[in-house]
Ligand binder design. Structure first.
Ligand code: AMP
Ligand code: MG
Length: 326
């Protein structure tokens, strides 16, 4: 059913509709609006990928630098052909194994994909989210949906709809209210345009899992390659207002009284805000919400315990390092 909620003009202050109806949210996308929606990784901020004006509103709402490309979210595998010029064998194997799921494949883009989406690159990142509400929403949209994370640029990605509201209320047309996200950190991005596919951004799917499908896959040296391959990674990411300090596992911290602590060991649980997790997976899923909780409490420094770089730990350490950059 169509609603009377009309997407408003770029730049105007707008009323942000809250809804639990995927159909209602999708109708707004079809009318050229911008909608925040849950996925299994983090909440995304979506618009019709073929509508340049709608996509421009995403950049404006987030204050996102124009050289940071968006990932296109699909509800159906057949949409890949609308977006990608070719699907190399390695990409086909990854798609077979990981779609739907938290993996983004970068492919050579078709001309039909507006350059605002790819930030001027000749490639496009494509992903098919796996959870039920997202898949219902994307199917109702009927068009591929370009979507970065639904936060103000630089801030931690939102893992629940209230975090989206905190950053974007009055700046977007609608929030599709789902549950808190399961994974809590973003998708793994793999560049499949090279002879040997390369991980541009570590994420929810680990390199170990990827190598079971494409053994040769490379973990890119992000420092050297990022500017050329994935301009968005250059920008500051995932930062709370508080300073983030990474500490060795089990180290005992002195000035805990006014600080935050998140990690796997209980030795620092006397911090003003402390979250001790039982697994790296739980740590990853709760990290961004914990950052926001500390900011709300006015905490100035958050200590984050290091984890070993295997499985989800690689992506978790990547996010911690970026959050710790000043
Ligand atoms: P976000 O959805 O906010 O996590 O941002 C999407 C990220 O995906 C970008 O910052 C890039 O790192 C990566 N990405 C998206 N599209 C491409 C592409 N065509 N080539 C390389 N990286 C991409
Ligand atoms: Mg983001």
């Amino acid at each position: 059913m169509e609603t009377d909620h009309e997407p408003e003009k770029i730049g105007s202050s707008r009323r942000t509709l809250l809804t639990r109806s995927a159909a209602e949210a999708a109708a707004i996308i079809r009318r050229g609006g911008v909608v925040a929606f849950p996925t299994e990784t983090v909440y995304g901020l979506g618009a019709d990928a073929f509508d340049e004006n709608a996509v421009a509103k995403i950049f404006e709402a987030k204050n996102r630098p124009p050289d940071n490309p968006l990932i296109i979210h699909i509800g159906d595998r057949s949409q890949i052909e609308m977006l990608a010029e070719e699907i190399p064998e390695s990409a086909a194997a990854l798609i077979d194994r990981f779609f739907p799921g938290p993996l983004t494949v970068v492919l050579k883009k078709k001309d039909a994909v507006p350059s605002i989406v790819s930030a001027g690159l000749e490639t496009v990142g494509i992903r098919m989210p796996g959870n039920e509400i997202t898949s219902a929403f994307l199917k109702e949209c009927g068009v591929p949906v370009a979507a970065p994370s639904a936060n103000i640029s630089g801030r931690p990605s939102p893992t629940d709809w209230r975090a989206v509201q905190e950053d974007l209320d009055g700046r977007i047309d609608c929030i599709l209210q789902g549950e808190a996200t399961e994974v809590g950190i973003e998708s793994t991005v793999v560049d499949c345009t090279k002879p040997v596919p390369e991980i541009l951004r570590p994420g929810a799917v680990s390199i170990e899992e990827l190598r079971r499908v494409v053994p040769a896959i490379r973990a890119s040296d992000l420092d050297a390659d990022e500017a050329a391959a994935s301009p968005g990674l250059r920008h500051k990411h995932y930062s709370p207002s508080a300073a983030v300090v990474i500490v060795r596992r089990g180290s005992e911290i002195d000035d805990l009284k006014d600080s935050g602590f998140i990690g796997l060991e209980s030795s620092n649980s006397t911090a003003a805000k402390a979250l001790v997790c039982s697994t790296p997976k739980e740590y990853a899923s709760k990290l961004f919400a914990f950052f926001r909780e500390c900011d709300r409490a006015g905490i100035a420094k958050i200590y984050c315990e290091e984890v070993s770089e295997e499985g989800i730990g690689t992506a978790l350490m990547d996010r911690l390092r970026r959050a710790a950059e000043r």
